[in-house]
Design a protein around this ligand. Sequence first.
Ligand SMILES: [Zn+2]
Length: 269
Amino acid sequence: MEKQLFALIFVCLGLYQTRAQEVQIQYMANQGVWIKSQDKQILIDAVFDKEFEFLDVLPKTELELLDDAKPNYNEIDLILATHLHGDHFHPILTGNHLRANPKTEFFGPLETFSVFQQKFEGFQEISNRVHTDSLQLHQTSAYSLNEIKVEAFRLAHFGTHPWNKAENYAYLIHLNGKKILHVGDSNLNIENISKLNLAERKIDVAILPYWQIGSSERMDLIETYIGAKLLLIAHIPLENFADAQQDITQLGYQNAKALTQQFEIIILD
Ligand SMILES: [Zn+2]
């Protein structure tokens, strides 16, 4: 009995502790993910509240913990926002988190930064940890944020006016030898995606929006210009949750996983 109990505790710890060199990606909501290594934690597009009825959001209880930077959200090193839309970024939630944890840094496009500055009244208190850049379309740059290497690529947002006017950054995160790409709401058409030209860079994981992957032409472009070992498909409307994995597989993707299970952890080996 004692032995079994010991084994059980070991398994539980195994679930919650990140091993040296291991990288985990946890699905939060919509296109929000939590990337963790043993000593670094990054949230991308995960700090937002309900904006659209048809999209996934974190439960209120989790949002409160995130807002106050309480456990398990008390060791976030970096919050990234790909763009300012309300299903990816919330200025007050993000501001409160940064105020509650003086270690956390933020980075987002200039337009997102401006909204953050206008909407969060305590901005002055946290402004030294809020970073931005003003990349032109298809321009790229690299940064070190809380000792995490991040490359940003400005790519056009999908959809029609005014949605496609948003300044949208894709991020390439370098963590423990892994390369993780999050494209935000990038239009994955040839004009845009060919500028990424990441295939030679051997990306481990690419997090892509569901609406942008749906044809064999798109699949070829993704293979040619991103070429990731694993695709995580996010930003899936709630009504498509049940069928998403099947739909993606039917399109012919060999290495793509639908993110529909809140808090599910994907371990990169
Ligand atoms: Zn958007």
